[in-house]
Ligand binder design. Structure first.
Ligand SMILES: [Zn+2]
Length: 227
C-alpha cells in the first residue's frame, strides 16, 4: 500500500517534540472507501470550516498522510466533551496532543450518511487490510504497543467507529477485537524484507533517545528499532 503525502498545517496545532503514546482509530462516516476517498477526506480537513483533521486517512487503495510534521504538530480528531456512553475509559489520558489519528473510510449501502451504528454502515475488507498495514507501520515508527491502539470511542465515548461490531453501543465489539488481534499477529503474515537506513547504534536507551531527538529535527520520521 502506498502512503500519499497531502500535507497541510491547517486545522493542526504546533507542539514541538510532542510525546506520541496512542494511535486513535476512527471511521469517516462517509459513504465510500473507493480510490480517491482518502485524498478527498484530507482535502476536506484543509477546506472545511469545521475544526476537524486527522493525521492519516485510509481507503481501499492507499493511505494519505495529512500531518507532514507529526512529531511537532498534532491534528484535531479526538478532543471535545465526554459522551454519556459505556466508552471514554481513556478520557483525559489520551488527547489530540499525545496521539495519532487514523480515519478509516467507511461505506454506506444507502449512499447517504446515516446516524452512527446504523446497520447500513460497513468497512470493506480492502480498507481494513490497509488500515492494519498502516497502523502496524505507525506502531513501529513511533514505538507504540498494540494495547495503545484505541478507538475514538475509548477516548470520548463517541460511537466512532460507528459501525456494528466496532463499539459496545452497537451491541458487539467483535470486529474491533478482530482488528486489534491482527495488529500483533506474527503468524500467517509473510516476513517482508525491510531496508532500514541506520545512522547510529547505542547500548543505552537514553543515549539512543537523545540522538533520536537530534536526528528528528531534520528527519521527523526517524525512529528507534531495537535489535
Ligand atoms: Zn472519530
Amino acid at each position: 500500500m502506498d502512503i500519499i503525502n497531502k500535507f497541510s498545517a491547517i486545522h493542526t496545532t504546533a507542539k514541538p517534540g510532542r510525546d506520541i503514546r496512542y494511535i486513535v482509530i476512527h471511521y469517516t462516516a462517509g459513504v465510500t472507501s473507493r480510490a480517491g476517498s482518502a485524498i478527498n477526506t484530507a482535502e476536506y480537513y484543509r477546506t472545511t470550516d469545521r475544526e476537524v483533521s486527522s493525521d492519516y486517512t485510509v481507503d481501499d487503495t492507499a493511505a494519505v498522510c495529512y500531518n507532514g510534521d507529526i512529531n511537532n504538530r498534532y491534528t484535531w480528531h479526538c478532543g471535545g466533551a465526554r459522551y454519556s456512553t459505556k466508552g471514554g475509559t481513556y478520557y483525559g489520558k489520551c488527547t489530540n496532543a499525545n496521539s495519532i489519528g487514523v480515519e478509516i473510510c467507511s461505506t454506506n449501502s444507502t449512499g447517504k450518511m446515516q446516524a452512527a451504528n446504523d446497520k447500513s454502515y460497513s468497512f470493506t475488507d480492502a480498507v481494513i487490510n490497509n488500515a492494519v498495514e498502516l497502523v502496524r507501520q505507525l506502531m513501529k515508527w513511533h514505538n507504540i504497543p498494540a494495547e495503545n491502539v484505541i478507538r475514538h470511542y475509548d477516548v470520548t465515548g463517541k460511537p466512532c467507529p460507528g459501525i456494528i461490531g466496532w463499539n459496545k453501543e452497537s451491541g458487539s465489539e467483535a470486529e474491533w477485537e478482530k482488528f486489534k488481534a491482527r495488529l500483533s499477529e506474527t503468524s500467517g503474515i509473510p516476513a517482508k524484507k525491510m531496508y532500514y537506513v541506520q545512522v547510529g547504534a547505542f547500548s543505552e536507551k537514553a543515549n539512543a533517545e537523545k540522538y533520536l531527538a537530534e536526528v528528528r529535527e531534520d528527519y521527523p520520521q526517524a525512529f528507534i528499532k531495537v535489535i
